[in-house]
Design a protein around this ligand. Structure first.
Ligand code: AMP
Length: 407
């Protein structure tokens, strides 16, 4: 299990300044937060630090900040919402410099149990994303101890995730992971390394190329690997089937063959779509009206493309889920943004909602789909990090975890 210091290992917190890297990268529409999952997920760690009388300094990135600092990507809306949720003021340091005089003054004015939030760490551009020493040190200068609770950013060696820990150590402070990180690692780690079997992994989404290492690693760990979505057509083509105009990566045909051989050698089941929903072209706009039909997976006409799994496949996948004790799912089964092409994704979400098995949703599109369908509370765990959970499922170590002090 996790051999890293956690927030529970931080001692004598009263009056201590603790810098917490959160993942407040929430979706915004016209300045309003449209999904608060990530704010809610950060509350246990923050509340624990408040209870212990620490001076809590929060930081996070928001958005990609492609064109430099701007009000549209300010963390101000998060500070406001967080204040409401915590029932106490969160002092927001609006300074685009993130650290510096304003931040230092706000930190110096904190009383025990107070909370402040720094501005969007990506406002420091490459200093943040390239793990800049100076910015890392400036962040560390604000605090005594550091907690990483930003699972969604923990796969990135950024200054506020990784660089900062070096300078906290240098001044004798402790680097720990927070409760959210702990929970994510427990669920994902147990599922992959110590699953109650049968363990069924479901992968979907657009491209095989994005999930090469995930496919390979999960094949070794699971009992059944299910592949749907756009990536399934490269597998079908590798089996010698005609896939018409479906999304295919011809450079990955050998890879798919290799994976099918690997499955056979390991005695693992690899399930691919047996029927598929086809249309004349990709919907434009993506949620626009579209005329569909259903064919067997080996009968896709040359001028048509597969855009969702068919009903027989949905049944096959649901059956596999029914007999599972652990299910991990990442990636939609079709172009689920279009209601006509969402049936496969909905069927899989429903199968997961109905099973008694431990169900883990690997963030991103599948998390959005599950939440939109109202199945969120039926899942054992919905990861707050799409990219991070994928890297975890690849078996990679996450910089945000590695950087924490060993127990
Ligand atoms: P990913 O980001 O890899 O998880 O892929 C998600 C995207 O894959 C969604 O936007 C889907 O619309 C898309 N997708 C799923 N199935 C297909 C398909 N059969 N053809 C093209 N795109 C697909």
């Amino acid at each position: 299990m996790l051999n890293k210091k956690t927030v529970d290992d931080l001692k004598d917190l009263k009056g201590k300044k603790v810098l917490v890297r959160c993942d407040f990268n929430v979706p915004l529409k016209n300045g309003e937060i449209t999904d608060e999952t990530r704010i809610n997920a950060a509350l246990p760690t923050i509340n624990k630090l408040i209870r212990e009388g620490a001076k809590v300094i929060l930081c996070s990135h928001l958005g990609k900040v492609k064109n430099g600092p701007n009000e549209g990507e300010s963390l101000a809306p998060v500070a406001k919402r967080l204040s409401e949720k915590l029932g106490k003021e969160v002092v927001f340091v609006a300074d685009y410099n993130v650290t510096g005089e304003a931040a230092a003054a706000a930190a110096a004015a904190l009383e025990d149990g107070d909370v402040m939030l720094l501005q969007n760490t990506r406002f420091r551009g490459k200093e943040e994303t390239k793990n800049g020493e100076e910015f890392s040190k400036e962040l560390a200068d604000l605090a005594d101890d550091y907690v990483c609770d930003a699972f969604g950013s923990s796969h990135r060696a950024h200054a506020s995730v990784e660089g900062v820990t070096k300078f906290i150590s240098a001044k004798g402070g402790t680097n720990a992971v927070g409760y959210l990180m702990q929970k994510e690692i427990d669920f994902l780690g147990n599922a992959v390394e110590n699953p109650v079997r049968p363990f069924v992994a479901i992968l979907g989404g657009a491209k095989v190329a994005d999930k090469l290492n995930v496919i390979s690693n999960l094949l070794e760990k699971c009992d059944t690997l299910i592949i749907g979505g756009g990536m399934a057509y490269t597998f079908l083509k590798a089996q010698g089937k005609g896939v018409g105009q479906s999304l295919v990566d011809d450079t990955k045909l050998d890879y798919c063959k290799e994976m099918m051989e690997k499955a056979e050698k390991l005695g693992k089941k690899l399930l691919l779509p047996i029927d598929t929903v086809i249309a004349a072209s990709f919907p434009d706009p993506i949620d626009g009206p579209i005329e569909i039909s259903v064919v067997a997976s080996d009968s896709i006409p040359d001028d048509k493309q597969g855009l969702d799994i068919g009903p027989k496949t949905a049944e096959l996948f649901a059956e596999a889920v029914k007999s599972a004790k652990t299910v991990v799912w990442n990636g939609p089964m079709g172009v689920f943004e279009n209601p006509t092409l969402a049936a496969g994704t909905i069927a899989v979400a429903k199968a997961l909602a109905e099973t008694e098995a431990t169900t883990i949703i690997g963030g991103g599109d599948s998390a959005a789909a599950v939440n939109q369908l109202g199945f969120g509370d039926k899942m054992s765990h919905i990861s707050t990090g799409g990219g991070a959970s994928l890297e975890f499922l690849e078996g990679k170590e996450l910089p945000g975890v590695v950087a924490a002090d060993d127990k």
